[in-house]
Design a binder for this molecule. Structure first.
Ligand SMILES: CCCCCCCC/C=C\CCCCCCCC(=O)SCCNC(=O)CCNC(=O)[C@H](O)C(C)(C)COP(=O)(O)OP(=O)(O)OC[C@H]1O[C@@H](n2cnc3c(N)ncnc32)[C@H](O)[C@@H]1OP(=O)(O)O
Length: 198
């Protein structure tokens, strides 16, 4: 399903979404591979060739445009963990996020920065669902209360307080079996001077 203003990168099953998915798999497998040095060098050449072809094919400027409804967030942004929004009632968003091997921090747990990245992304998405104005992250307070597993979906909830002028406080939790693993409090502010296209 196509959404107004969305890029083909948003759509599950499109060739470009498949390319993003294959890139995620590459990121995961490069991490800690035991491949031998000679083959690693050959593969580096192949990957470099792929990168060259992509660069030569040009790029649009719409990587920030996202699918707004429920479903997986997949916009060719392969840094952030993939998350699925399962429910959205206009105030509260719930779903699951899976941190991949690529997002590994210390042994067996997700990297704190990857968790912060995900939090910024999901709160940014929530903010855009809530208002037309382009708010930006002014402040993000992430509390790491327990380890977040890698390779298994984790339940999240994100919600917003009422807007106070250009400011809006947004919150998110990651939880497992009712135990809070991470709590996030963010402040998003609509810039006094809006930036073109942002
Ligand atoms: C094309 C169509 C697409 C449609 C589809 C979209 C779907 C989307 C889905 C998913 C998207 C997910 C995408 C990811 C989202 C990621 C978001 C980011 O990462 S944004 C990048 C990181 N953030 C920055 O780069 C900000 C840099 N900072 C600034 O630009 C400014 O400092 C800004 C805008 C935050 C504030 O600047 P001022 O000049 O406009 O505001 P002043 O007047 O100073 O402050 C306003 C109020 O805010 C408070 N404030 C400002 N900064 C604060 C802070 N750091 N802490 C506490 N309060 C702060 C101030 O005290 C003031 O409060 P008082 O009105 O007096 O009550």
């Amino acid at each position: 399903m196509t959404h107004p203003g969305s890029s083909p990168l948003d759509e599950r099953g499109t060739p470009r979404a498949e390319l993003a998915q294959a890139t995620r798999a590459l990121q995961d497998e490069v991490r800690g591979t035991r491949i031998d040095g000679r083959r690693a060098r050959e593969l580096a050449g192949i990957v470099a060739e792929v990168a060259r072809e992509l660069r030569d094919s040009g790029a649009d400027d719409e990587v920030g445009r996202l699918h707004m409804g429920p479903g997986p967030v997949n916009r060719g942004q392969t840094l952030s963990p993939v998350y699925n929004v399962d429910t959205w009632d206009g105030r509260r968003m719930q779903g699951t996020v899976t941190f991949a091997r690529f997002h590994h921090g210390s042994v067996g747990t997700a990297h704190g920065g990857a968790i912060g990245l995900w939090a910024d992304d999901v709160l940014g998405r929530l903010s855009r669902e809530l208002s037309e104005g382009r708010a930006r992250t002014a402040c993000l307070h992430v509390q790491y209360r327990a380890s977040v597993p890698v390779g298994a979906p984790v339940w999240f909830t994100a919600w917003a307080d009422d807007a106070d002028g250009r400011k809006r406080e947004l919150h998110a939790t990651l939880e497992d079996d009712g135990t809070a693993l991470v709590t996030v409090d963010g402040l998003f502010v609509e810039p006094r001077i809006p930036l073109n296209g942002h």
